[in-house]
Design a binder for this molecule. Structure first.
Ligand code: E4P
Length: 217
């Protein structure tokens, strides 16, 4: 499963990229607002930093507006992916960009039928939001299983990008469900490396090593 980071904070992206843990980046209007930075500048900066796909979301609600904004954003860098909402207008824009060879990420997906429509529109990525479904006591991970089954039944090439991930357990469950990608907040990605037994074991090794009085170099 590929790892995208879900943030517009450059320092976090740089840090994770330096660890070699990043396959791409997703942003959304809320993350851009939180960063306090200029949208187009941030996207250009992220695209220079990261080799993989970088999702930049349109703000328009209608087809013409989405096409105009998406075409502008696509010119920022070759690795820009146009993020479009899962509405009829968004799906029409998705078909438009797919026809032009521009990658798309159809976002705000909350049902298997929506994911089916996105695949039929030729989306590169579909973003089902796990955490926001869980917030409503609906099993978000079940949606990933359903989409995996439907896409495999028909050989759709759209990548399942598990989104709205809130915990390490979400990451594991998304991987088990066969998501192609998970977009994950920076803190959750770093937390995946933690285990109390790793820390305990390392402390013991350090003490025992010190007691030998040896050094490797
Ligand atoms: C995905 O592309 C979205 O940016 C993101 O995963 C939404 O997560 P949230 O529900 O935690 O805001």
């Amino acid at each position: 499963m590929k790892f995208f980071v879900d943030t517009a904070v450059i320092d976090d992206i740089r840090e994770l990229n330096d660890y070699g843990l990043l396959d791409g980046v997703t942003t959304n209007p809320s993350l851009i607002a939180k960063s306090g930075r200029d949208f187009k500048e941030v996207i250009a900066e992220i695209c220079k930093l990261v080799d993989g796909p970088v999702s930049a979301e349109v703000a328009a609600m209608n087809f013409d507006g989405m096409v105009a904004e998406g075409e502008y954003l696509a010119k920022i860098a070759d690795n820009v992916v146009i993020k479009l909402p899962l509405t009829l207008e968004g799906l029409k824009a998705c078909r438009h960009f797919t026809g032009k060879g521009i990658k798309t990420n159809v976002t705000l997906c909350f049902s298997a039928n929506q994911a089916l429509l996105a695949a039929k529109a030729g989306a590169t990525y579909i973003s089902p939001f796990i955490g926001r479904l869980d917030d409503l006591s609906i099993d978000g991970m079940e949606l990933i299983h359903e989409i995996r089954e439907i896409y495999d039944n028909y050989g759709f090439g759209t990548n399942i990008l598990a989104a709205s991930i809130r915990s390490a357990n979400h990451v594991k469950e998304a991987a088990l469900a066969g998501a192609d990608v998970a977009t994950i907040p920076p803190g959750v990605i770093k937390g995946l490396a933690n285990h109390v037994l790793t820390e305990k074991g390392l402390d013991q090794f350090a003490k025992d090593w010190a007691a030998t009085g040896q050094s490797i170099l």
